[in-house]
Design a protein around this ligand. Sequence first.
Ligand code: KIV
Length: 249
Amino acid sequence: MKKVNTRYISEIKREKKKFSALTAYDYSTAKVLDEAGIDIILVGDSLAMVALGYENTNSISMDEMKIFTKAVAKGVSRAMVVCDMPFMSYHCDISSAIANIGEAVKAGANAVKIEGSGEYIYSLIKRCSEFGIPVIAHIGFTPQAINAIGGHYIQGKTYNATLELLEQAKKLEEAGAFAIVLEMVPEESAKYISENLNIATISCGAGRFCDGQVLVSDDVFGKYSNFKPKFARRYGDMRKLIYDCATQY
Ligand code: KIV
């Protein structure tokens, strides 16, 4: 069984196939997702809300992310494990960002995900590429900027906004990102962006035309009940299953 790597993701893009990505935060869930053939397992900072009960994703620390990344990496043999770099772990300066990204890799991540665009982010990604650390970029709705955005709003709604996202995506590609998450972007905009990039796009509420899709597994399995994104299709009712098992017990 071959481990999923950046080359595999590029091949999928070239051959116009699709890949799957889901979040996991613990050893046993990661093991099942890996056995089920999920290609990328993201230790998303969404774990702040769904696993730790925090109000938003910005409260989670690098030390916490490392613990969950270690647990997930232990459960996985085939999938690519991606650590979502938490808020303020990569913003202060390039050297502290690289030190934290290095910690994520030491914890077992095969790649990291960072949100945003702009000159600082492009140079950070460039440095990671020079050090052989694969990076997934993340644009569109970026949850770590929720306070500035002011809510869960769709991004790239107009033609000009789409062109702006495409320009950011091209710069992220040029800097060395091997894939880009497009979150809450209209399907047609995401299609246009995907068609004009050589690297893979990953839809998170950005429709069917990206090269892969990532969702929070607790949403897909019906386990997290505080909030349900409209774009996350439910494949089961795990909350009920756990409740029924617990009451029978
Ligand atoms: O934290 C997360 O789970 C994410 C998403 C893209 C699913 O960043």
